[in-house]
Design a protein around this ligand. Structure first.
Ligand code: SF4
Length: 436
């Protein structure tokens, strides 16, 4: 995402400017000795809590995170400065979003779609992406555990339809192309060509969510047309959507669902992440009811089909704000709807996300209030609960159900998550270990 900054640095270097004097390039960060920071004269400079305070004080960490997050808008973001023991770090506002013709210039470059010649062996990771196409950058979903808006921004930057079709057309001359395009997508595939007039002048609003805003102009019908058109290109048999879809932005009329299903290779990947209200709110995801409505509409669209598609929900355990009881509610939902899945991600803190801030500080930066943070054994139990069928997780699931007072889910009745029979086995095993 650094093309604009990189080209500016190259031009300045050509003009004889030294890198240490390049302080005005959007999207870059630079450092200076603490003494020089006294004389800095930058309009709209915002000073973050210093590193030593952020390190030791959760409130300062939380405050620093909120300031950084609020200044990611390329139109209104301020320059940020933070003192460290031996240096001072200055971060310029982000680069302006790329226009369609700039995106085209980047993606029209003659990429080889091959492993580097230094590799003699097959690279498995290349296989699923070799004939996939990037349609856009950015995501306005603002999920709290995701850092994407920090590096690609919240504004959708789309390539032109022509540029994407030309790229797909070029595959037919390449060895190894079987006619299958595995993906045309971006961070959320169905945000291609989404647009709001505000994005061009002042960026994304900080007080509203684009996902629920009537000003957002959807590009999803054009996206579907693009996929259909790409399938008509010579040598192309199928064009699939391999990237995740933002299900709350997919029209749920049956006609549309049937059409988009044609571009799904067996499994539609969606990411409700959780189902209980407190957890989805802490993640900044749509409420569980929204997912359930989509699930019902999707299931209806598959009725009577000979080769049906399946909905694969991506789920997360151990997110801040999530308790063992929440995970049990999620497990019950999956059990009742027949959605048992191995696709469970245990929350992992990654730099600069709001969820990581909660994990590190125990505070929700949007409310300033304490938030429950599962760690250690509780985190393991949460993860195990979603894999309740896996006998290797039996003791952890048992422990979780016992802690949450849900022994009604232990037994041989329909609906129980684990059998009671094994309790006897475990006790016998423990006894045996105690009295060898
Ligand atoms: S007006 Fe709505 S769609 Fe446009 S930037 Fe603001 S919240 Fe997003």
């Amino acid at each position: 995402m650094g093309e604009t900054a990189l080209c500016t640095i190259a031009k300045k270097t050509d003009n004889g400017i030294k890198p240490e004097n390049m302080h005005d390039i959007p999207g870059t960060t630079w450092k200076i000795p603490p003494k020089q920071a006294e004389d800095l004269n930058i309009p709209d400079l915002f000073i973050l809590p210093q590193y030593s305070d952020v390190k030791d004080n959760p409130h300062d960490f939380s405050l620093a995170h909120s300031i950084i997050a609020k200044n990611q808008n390329p139109f209104t973001g301020k320059t940020l400065m933070q003192r460290h023991p031996k240096t001072v770090i200055v971060q310029n506002p982000p680069s302006l979003p790329l226009k369609t013709h700039e995106m085209d210039q980047i993606y029209d470059l003659p990429y080889q779609r091959e492993k580097h010649p230094s590799y003699k062996e097959e690279i498995p990771a290349l296989i699923p992406v070799r004939f996939s196409v990037i349609s856009h950058r950015g995501c306005y979903g603002n999920c709290n555990f995701c850092a994407l808006s920090m590096h690609q921004g919240s504004i959708i930057q789309s390539r032109s339809r022509e540029s994407i079709l030309l790229e797909i057309a070029s595959f037919q001359k390449m060895s190894g192309f079987s006619g299958i395009v595995s993906d045309v997508g971006g961070p959320s595939a169905n945000m291609y060509m989404d647009f709001c007039p505000n994005w061009e002048k002042k960026g994304v609003c900080t007080d509203k969510e684009c996902t629920r805003c009537p000003s957002l102009k959807t590009g999803i019908y054009g996206y579907l047309d693009l996929l259909d058109e790409a399938e008509k290109l010579p040598g192309v048999k199928h064009v699939y959507i391999g990237s995740g879809l933002r299900y709350d932005l997919i029209p749920t009329d049956q006609d549309f669902l049937k059409k988009i299903s044609r571009h799904i290779s067996g499994q539609m990947k969606v990411a409700p992440e959780h189902i209980t209200r407190t957890v989805t709110k802490t993640m900044n995801k749509p409420a569980g009811e929204v997912f359930d409505q989509f699930r019902k509409a999707f299931e209806k669209s598959q009725e009577g089909r000979r080769s049906r598609q399946y909905l694969v929900p991506y789920l997360m355990s151990g997110h801040p704000g999530c308790t063992i009881a929440d995970m049990i509610s999620l497990a019950e939902y999956l059990r009742d709807k027949g959605l048992y899945t191995e696709q469970v991600q245990d929350f992992t803190p990654t730099p600069l996300t709001t969820s990581t801030c909660m994990y590190a500080t125990g505070l929700n930066p949007s409310t300033g209030k304490p938030v429950h943070v599962p760690k250690g054994r509780e985190k393991k139990i949460q993860r195990a609960i979603l894999h309740w069928r896996n006998s290797a997780h039996y003791s952890l699931v048992l422990e979780g159900l016992t802690i949450a007072g849900r022994k009604d889910l232990i037994g041989n009745k329909a609906g129980c998550l684990i059998s009671a029979r094994k309790i006897g086995e475990i006790r016998a095993k423990r006894k045996k270990n105690q009295n060898p």
